[in-house]
Design a binder for this molecule. Sequence first.
Ligand SMILES: [Zn+2]
Length: 504
Amino acid sequence: MTKDQVVSLTQPSRNTKEEKSKEDTRKKIDQKVNQEVEKISKAKTKTPTLEEAEEQKFQDYIVILVDKKGNDILPDAEKLKTKASFLEKVFAATNELTFGFGTSVPNDQARQLQEVINKAYPIAKEIYGQPFFNINVRVEYQPDLIVGGTYNQSLNVITLRSSSEFFNVRETFIHEFLHAFHDDYMIPLMHWEEGMVTQVGNEISDRMDNRLGDHPPYSGYNMDSRCTFSNVQPKIPGLRPGNYLVWACVWDKLYAEGQNFFKRFNANYYSFFKNSTTPLYSFSSSQIENELKKIVYNISPKPEGQDFYAWYKYQYAFWSPTTYAGKYVIKPFPGLVSPSSNNILHYYYVDIQGTFIARNDSAEISGINSNGNIVYKATHMFRDGVLEWQRLALSGFEKVKYTIKTPNAQQVLYNIYGVNLATNEATNGFFGVVNQVQNGNVAVFLAPYPTPVARGKIVNGTFTIPTTGNLRGRFRIVVLNSNNKYVTEKTVTKNYGDYAVLFE
Ligand SMILES: [Zn+2]
């Protein structure tokens, strides 16, 4: 997808106010496309990290064609405005997506994609509800596509990059046809639209392959400020680009608490616009976010036992770079789930525009183990905002808590030993560190919490409870000392798979 593919077509003109807001939208889209293209072309010049590779796998574009005045061309949404009878029909529970294949799709691939539709589309409806519109979606292939796939909501066309690995094509295809569920009413907030689509796509894929799935990034990347801007790639200021997986993990929590979440969300999202005289594209980003939050609040008022609005506020993955304006930020990369043998830190100053500026300051690093002994002490320099040092080679269960101090910022990073973080299998279940006791016990309760579903031992300030890997829902994780006396607890929701919990 290149910028000049955003071509001009004609469309009925709208009033000036709408044109102004459309002009803004168009600029944003142009900017986004440019930035994405720049990002991906840059990424090609180096070997992607694990995190980047994961992101790129799901990176895609939404294409909206614009007319000569810069208005988005959304024919399906236009019908909503112009035909009252269509309004009823468009929200009918019987809306379906039908699919057709363009001539660019080889016959054998079309057959394979049709099999994917036969399996995945019914699962999609089960999880995501009905499509917003009754539309036919055409599928095309483009071998040199810069991303895995695109969805063109003006033309209802999915374009896929052909690949020798059909699994990759399948994953992208599912992702793109989930965008077609919203089509012209696609949520204009990436962390919502892409996050939900990525999560539902993962769930569909897991079910198709009879996997329980694994959802590690959230606990590794969304814990607090140490992980908050794993989604911000500083070369692309002003945008929250593609940490689709971490966004997905936020929505995953609501899905883990109630498997009707997405279905109910979509039903309520559609009916909001059925009853609204204002079309989606007349809302500002913050207005639509507020409306959507109300919808989610009505479905899931207390995620992880907290008030939804308070909970939402601390989904750091959703924060925009300007949240950090005027701050110095140290970020461990790639976080807890790293199989890497090195610890890597990124360090930036964020200016008032939200631009991340790499720093070259010195950093004092000290590491203490579970006995409270200093096991590491050194002063390093950040070079172009990056600092790397080797993890200590320790055996058995142990933790090292590193404190990193620069002249303007401080950060904490844990290395956990005895837990295999290199794997994406659900081998650890709940795992993490405990600072309050060195040795003791952990009891895990699953809502509504009658009796523990699992227990584990705290050894040298670390724990892992592998049997919880195959459980999902809202949990209370209770820390007990070596005399089984209550010390502290946390309430967290996870889907199947591993999940890090830090008792600090
Ligand atoms: Zn997408």
